[in-house]
Design a binder for this molecule. Structure first.
Ligand SMILES: [Zn+2]
Length: 503
């Protein structure tokens, strides 16, 4: 078989102050045909899983555009269309003997003029390959499922784990489903049910763990081909924002719809219990300081660059200093100007430094501090959560004031793994408290050595009180903005008619 694969990802936060353009994608590396997909620094990202699976099966594989940017505002129209058209050109040039197309996109990408970049790209891919070639779409679970995605893809599948540690497994499953469809062995038909809720559902703990395990156990049995729980992305302001369930069966649309509805009801039942309890800054600091000896890891969820926040909020740092909390470490605080000044002063220098609070109101006010520069690094990296590939943190400066250390950097990135902090010169496990600007992706890297993990709901861009957001386009009612019960959530019979792309 001959496979075409490509990767175009952006999680769009309509309310982020950070603009998105072609340079935002270039910052994290762009792969184009003609480059060596096996070079150690090839930015294939998840398309690498499709590439490896093709090689393992002895299939011919063409890798097209691979590009992604850190979450931020809708992409500038001309730049989205440029990236999309590169992908489409790569597909056309791959030849007309392609047997299937496997794409990885985020599922919540918007440009200034297009609220559904995945659906838009998929429609054009379908136009090129025609109705009979299987097109598989792999998504991040923080996706908002659109009609166009379901209609134009043969199979849509999202990762199941949050943190997202299972992209390789899901990529292999999607590959297999599309390959069997291409050979005429199965005929995937989708049932879809929207779940009118927003939330952040962590799958490592109950009750989500058991729910996910049950869905995994059903897949592959008795004609059930695939389940996807779309958790939704509440910060993408579009009419189809929110959770959803996609079930695929082998040629049985009625059963696919019934499975989607049943699973959607179960998911909605977990809307409160499936999420971590969140407290504000002081309650979290009290809890951290009362923990047993060792290192407590506290997540500044509201300033997670992985959700479109500036990563330069000062709310927690300010409280740490006001409370005289020594022996703490904060990472990574994105402040290119402060990094520049720390480099200009040099390692060992003591200087007045204005830190953070620059990107927008969600960042709070800057802090004027006298800091000692403990360590500087020009090209720091950390292992990526999905594939352990080295992920750039940019230039980093470890600075210290009043016993509190801060890792400043100039590429917005959340901490995935303590090895990144160590590379920046910090010693996370010798600190009492490590504050990470991350919602949950830090978890797998940190939880085994932390005495306690605390998720903090500080003020900031991604604060859990989404009722303050100036939504214009979302569909109401939606929980928790509207108090609805299961009966209201699933009233009527709007379970989507089974939608089939190719196959
Ligand atoms: Zn995600």
């Amino acid at each position: 078989m001959k496979i075409f694969t490509a990767y175009l990802c952006h999680e769009t936060n309509s309310f982020s102050p950070l603009p998105t353009n072609l340079d935002s994608f270039r910052e994290l590396g762009i792969f184009r045909p003609g480059m060596d997909p096996e070079a150690s620094d090839s930015p294939l990202k998840v398309a690498g899983a499709f590439y490896e699976e093709a090689k393992r099966r002895g299939d011919e594989v063409v890798v097209g555009l691979c590009a992604h940017a850190q979450p931020s505002r809708p992409t500038r129209t001309v730049d989205y269309e440029t990236l999309r058209d590169w992908l489409l050109d790569d597909l056309r040039r791959a030849g007309d003997d392609i047997d299937m197309v496997l794409l990885m996109m985020h599922g919540a990408m918007m440009s200034e003029e297009c609220e559904d970049c995945e659906g838009d790209t998929l429609a054009r891919v379908r136009e090129i390959v025609g109705p009979d070639i299987p097109v598989g779409l792999l998504l991040d679970l923080h996706c908002n499922i659109s009609e166009a995605m379901l209609h134009h893809a043969t199979v849509v599948k999202a990762c199941k784990e949050y943190p997202h540690t299972d992209f390789t497994d899901r990529a292999q499953e999607l590959y297999d489903l599309c390959a069997r469809t291409a050979r005429g062995e199965i005929r995937p038909v989708a049932g879809f049910r929207r779940v009118p809720m927003f939330g952040l559902f962590q799958t490592a703990r109950e009750p989500m763990r058991g729910f996910i395990d049950d869905l995994l156990a059903q897949e592959g049995n008795d004609g059930v081909l695939s389940f996807t729980l779309a958790h939704g992305f509440p910060w993408a302001d579009c009419p189809f924002a929110g959770a959803g369930v996609i079930a695929y069966t082998d040629g049985d649309p009625g059963r696919a719809n019934a499975l989607a509805l049943d699973t959607a009801r179960r998911f909605f039942e977990l809307r409160e219990r499936g999420q971590a309890h969140l407290d504000g800054i002081d309650a979290c600091l009290d809890r951290a300081l009362a923990a047993p000896p060792g290192t407590v890891v506290m997540a500044d969820m509201s300033d997670n660059p992985g959700g479109g926040a500036g990563s330069d909020a000062t709310f927690i740092l300010r409280r740490l200093l006001q409370r005289g909390t020594e022996d703490a470490l904060v990472a990574y605080l994105w402040d290119p100007a402060a990094v520049e000044m720390a480099f200009a002063a040099g390692e060992g220098a003591v200087l007045p430094l204005r830190i953070g609070g620059k990107v927008g109101p969600g960042s709070g006010d800057p802090l004027d501090l006298e800091v000692a520069v403990r360590a500087l690094k020009r090209h720091a990296h950390q292992p990526h959560i999905a594939d352990n590939a080295p992920t750039a943190l940019g230039r980093t400066a470890l600075v210290e004031t009043q016993g509190v250390q801060v890792v400043l950097n100039d590429i917005r990135q959340q901490p995935f793994h303590p090895a990144g902090l160590v590379e920046c010169g910090a010693e996370p496990w010798s600190r009492r408290l490590v504050v990470v600007k991350s919602s949950h992706h830090f978890y797998n890297g940190f939880h085994s050595r932390a005495v306690e993990i605390i998720h903090c709901d500080a003020p900031g861009t991604l604060n859990s009180d989404i009722s303050r957001l100036p939504y214009r386009a979302i569909t109401r009612p939606v929980w928790p903005l509207d108090e609805i019960d299961a009966e209201q959530a699933f009233a009527g019979s709007d379970t989507r008619p089974a939608t089939v792309g190719a196959g």
